[in-house]
Ligand binder design. Structure first.
Ligand code: A4P
Ligand code: MG
Length: 186
């Protein structure tokens, strides 16, 4: 069994709902156990156009070798209607392997750790939410790179509309606290 981290992103269709459904889809795979899920984040497109993205990261345990995990990611993307008209095109669902154990892979169709992992707030912030002391193979602690992505807009969004959370948000809005205040309910 290997612990891996998958990055999920979407900015086409009902992206927010798609990410929730995709996490359920991953959890239903026989070969995957979802150990933890980050909050959902709304993020500005990086090196890309289109609408804001929704992004999150899941920590999984899997019996699949890395290449088969990539194949499964592509299958799930296809189930959610992924199309690739051009590089970084808006997408219904993107699933990237961010980390696969402490493996370092550099093949034509699979690079792990994901090559742009440390340049993207939409990956770093949810990763560090899941493991504040995370170490990226060959690159060191993930939080050391946060300073380099601080200009990229990212905001945590509530994934739940329950009355308790709505009341909490109303209170925190009234006292104008920081927008990234953690939600207690997901
Ligand atoms: N590939 C190689 N390594 C991996 C890996 N570790 N995980 C290959 C997944 N795939 C990997 O992937 C292109 C090729 O990368 C595949 O053939 C696969 O074999 P793709 O899914 O078609 O496209 P992609 O994921 O968009 O490509 P890439 O190069 O990973 O793009 P990035 O760098 O991840 O950028 N802005 C915001 N706010 N949120 C986003 O989610 N995403 C991108 C995509 C740009 N800007 C964004 C977001
Ligand atoms: Mg991808």
């Amino acid at each position: 069994m290997t612990v891996a981290y998958l990055g999920l992103g979407a900015n086409l269709g009902d992206a927010r709902q798609t990410l929730k459904d995709a996490v359920v889809c991953l959890a239903q795979q026989r070969t995957i156990t979802v150990l933890a899920k980050s909050s959902l984040y709304r993020t500005a497109p990086v090196d890309a156009g289109g609408d804001d993205y929704f992004n999150c990261v899941v920590k999984i345990e899997t019996s699949l070798p890395a290449r088969q995990l990539l194949r499964l990611c592509h299958t799930v993307e296809e189930q959610f209607g992924r199309e690739r008209p051009y590089r970084n095109a808006p997408r219904t669902l993107d699933l990237d392997i961010l980390l696969y154990g402490d493996s370092s892979i550099d093949d034509a169709d699979l690079i792990v750790p994901h090559p742009r992992l440390t340049e993207r707030a939409f990956v770093l912030v949810p990763l560090i939410e899941l493991d504040v002391e995370l170490v990226i193979p060959l690159r060191g602690r993930a939080d050391a790179f946060l300073g380099t992505v601080q200009d990229q807009r990212i905001e945590k969004v509530a994934t739940c509309q329950c009355p308790m959370l709505a009341a909490q948000r109303a209170t925190s809005d009234a006292s104008s606290t920081a927008s990234n205040k953690p939600d207690t309910c997901r």
